[in-house]
Design a protein around this ligand. Structure first.
Ligand SMILES: [Cu+2]
Length: 114
């Protein structure tokens, strides 16, 4: 191995190590609440990365939380559902409750990944 190729290998190892170390630090869990026709505690901005949104339903109607192509079946009062999504830097993502009529009544919004 030449000096030059050894330096390239070391550089690749360092960059790979940084990426691996940075990814888990960006993964976060957000606890949000659904009530009858509202969400509470949904962040407006989050860091880019993979995040889990855990929703507890405190309302009487069934609710869920859908964004970035992920959703779970609506849960009843006291129920909890979760989705894990990967959000890209600089993009905005719409979220909503997919029970018919609920998004139109206000159960929707946007989260931006910074
Ligand atoms: Cu709903």
């Amino acid at each position: 191995m030449t000096k030059r190729s050894r330096a390239l290998v070391l550089t690749a190892v360092c960059v790979g190590g940084l990426a691996a170390a940075a990814s888990p630090a960006m993964a976060r869990t957000y606890n949000i609440t659904a009530g009858d026709l509202f969400f509470r505690g949904v962040p407006k901005t989050v860091p880019a990365g993979t995040h889990t949104f855990v929703m507890r339903n405190t309302g009487q109607a069934p609710h869920n939380f859908a964004m970035a192509g992920k959703r779970f079946a609506p849960v009843l009062n006291g129920g909890v559902g979760r989705i894990t999504v990967t959000l890209r830097k600089g993009k905005s993502y719409n979220y909503l409750c997919t029970v018919p009529g609920h998004a139109q009544a206000g159960m929707k919004g946007t989260i931006r990944a910074r």
